[in-house]
Design a protein around this ligand. Structure first.
Ligand code: 8LK
Length: 245
């Protein structure tokens, strides 16, 4: 059976060379990813892309995030399918800025969320296989820029409390155990480097409270500016980007 139309020729991947220095902000639910992104609003020439939660909550009027948590066996698979599409839209979004900061990625979908749903039996083996093949096809044919990963490292207990305080309605039924499972998968990926070992990872202590976390953010600013050779220039206050989630 023919495997693909690529035979042994090497074709450029779609989007190759079109994306700026890209930093992926990763971490468990409640690890402070949006706060982290907000911190960079003050800089010119950085494109900030939040997780497309608004799309997940309103796909032609349907709240897929809510359905995924309420009826996981039925909705986790279509939800993750949609996450893959919307993450791909964010990865390939054109920008004239020199740096792109993205909240999560197609990689966290694959290595954390989908993997977890497979491991805990939420999605059937056939559903898992479809998501895996989508991911493999995308990885082979579309260029996903990833120059640095910032891992907001937390403990499951801390993020559980934050999640409960944030009180996002869809997450009201998420148990601590779910956050523990996701934590382990983030650790396998970003600390034990089981995947994508070629991308440098900056680990920040995201258990810290709001005051102390600013020192951690400063560390990452220095790394981002150094690695991307970007000169930090502040924007005028009226031009700040708005972040929603
Ligand atoms: O991050 C917002 C909410 O979406 C949170 O409850 C976790 C959930 N989520 C998910 O189930 N699967 C995901 C992501 C977020 C992000 C990716 C890539 N996959």
């Amino acid at each position: 059976m023919a495997q693909s139309g690529y035979s042994n020729k090497v074709f450029p991947k779609y989007g190759e060379g079109t994306q700026p220095f890209t930093v992926l902000i990763e971490g468990n639910i409640g690890s402070g990813k949006t706060t982290f992104l907000n911190h960079f609003q003050k800089y010119k020439d950085i494109c900030l892309i939040t997780e497309p939660v608004d799309k997940w909550r309103n796909c032609a009027g349907i709240n897929l995030l809510d359905l995924m948590y309420k009826e996981p066996h039925r909705w986790a698979h279509p939800f993750q399918n949609y996450v893959t599409l919307t993450m791909l839209q964010s990865h390939t979004l054109p920008t004239d800025k020199s740096v792109k900061l993205m909240e999560r990625s197609i990689f966290s979908a694959r290595y954390c969320f989908v993997e977890n749903m497979h491991k805990n039996g939420t999605i059937a083996p056939g559903m898992y296989q479809i998501l895996k093949e989508w991911y493999e096809f995308i990885d082979k044919s579309i260029h996903i820029q990833a120059d640095l990963i910032v891992y907001l490292r937390t403990t499951p207990e801390v993020v559980y409390d934050r999640m409960m305080c944030r009180a996002r309605s869809e997450e009201s039924c998420v148990p601590l155990e779910y956050l523990q499972e996701l934590h382990e998968l983030h650790e396998n990926w970003l600390i034990h480097k089981n995947f994508m070992s070629h991308v440098p990872v900056l680990v920040l202590d995201a258990n810290l409270g709001l005051d102390a976390i600013n020192t951690e953010y400063k560390k990452s600013e220095d790394s981002i500016f150094k690695a991307s050779s970007l000169q930090p220039i502040l924007v005028s206050p009226v031009k700040k980007q708005r972040l929603s989630s």
